[in-house]
Write a protein that binds this ligand. Sequence first.
Ligand code: GLU
Length: 484
Amino acid sequence: MSRDTVRVRFAPSPTGYLHVGGLRTALYNYLFAKKNGGAFVLRIEDTDRSRYVEGAVENLIDALRWAGLDYDEGPGKEGGVGPYLQSERLEIYNERVAQLIEDGKAYRCFCTPERLDEVRKKAQAEGGQPKYDKHCLALSEEEANAKLDAGEQCVVRLNVPEGETISFEDRVRGTVSFSSDTLDDQVLIKSDGYPTYHLANVVDDRLMGITHVIRGEEWLSSTPKHVLLYQYLGWDVPEFAHLPLLLNPDRSKLSKRQGDVAVEDYRAKGYLPEALVNFVALLGWTAGDDREFYELEELVEAFTLERVNKAGAVFNVEKLDWLNEEHLKKQSPEALLPAVRAAYEASDIKNKSASDDYLVKIIPLMLERVTFPSEIATTAPYFFDAPTEYDEKGVKKRWKDDAAENTRALADAYEKLDAPTKDDYERVLREVAEKKDLGAGRFIHPARLAATGVPGGPGLFDVLELLGKGEVVARLRAAAERLG
Ligand code: GLU
């Protein structure tokens, strides 16, 4: 595998849902791969068996597919460096760990949880870091083997050197340095035989030919351990880029308590994948101008790691709503039909006989006026049911003394038309107004109230055309009767 070709990965742990922060990580990796003609790999980091969630991998893949972030290699898409599930790679990790133990870079530790607790407490009481005291490093191979033969439980730890500085370059943060004294002798293999994240992550990034590790800032403090592992295994380090934290509007770390964090939640609420992707793209990145609306291909074109910010990015749902409205306007009525129909069927609108054809005609009229496709039918129930009430303020303002008489005159004129179009409705209204020497508004506003029950909405004549002549005439007459 050539190291000149960009290869990046999204490496989620299958927790049961895709976090919006995870979506952003996946997106930035995807954008970087596409921009550089590279490969975007999906690797599932499922070595924490205590957190195993049934169906989680399928959920993740489904959420990525919904968002439009197709991976080039991963589960179900062999690329020659699989398997892509860490739980299927245990032998690979064991081989590397055996090498590390042999080289004195890692060691078996048989300390009991009780002893580890004591060590931690003692270190804390002395004002130091709660670190492991390397007690088992002194065990000879024979001693360790004897303990293993006796059935004692053990873990394998990384042998972190003392008094060294570990540095690496980060594409977002520049040079980052840690003192090795702040690092614990990290567990690499747990007592259940599974590797920890740190070991599996490094081994896989190397063996999968990953050139750039792009991930959330929460992993920055793990990176010196990874760098050490690369060195111990005789491997070059990949490039790193740590993405800024996601924050609630009060600048605390983005949490469930202040709103939804699962991509699935936003999907269920009716956000468009295009909008959510556009939104998370802007959480920590800008092209350097004030542009905010992007389609995915435009993001690929514009994205660079150099323009990723260090500072935390505030998760602002109002912006997401705005982007949803903007992306909604670009959708075809046919694409929105299923969501519109589902919301219509579930609504308390009484007339449920609308055809797909009818719904498809309503969609463009309402698109500018809603945030979610599901609101298209429900904010305009008058497309289905005749109004049973008339907006009080609208009536006060628009239903003048001559409104009933004018509306009846309009109904009479409309009744004579044969399959009128919206232009016919408009022309005839203007003719009737002219004949009475009145402004068109004296007819338009009452007609809107009569037809819809509300003072605002899409173009009146569009609405009338959709309702059809019989319904229009009946509604005009009913309002004249009711409002007098
Ligand atoms: N499994 C880690 C996670 O769940 C991956 C972190 C990384 O990308 O290195 O986020």
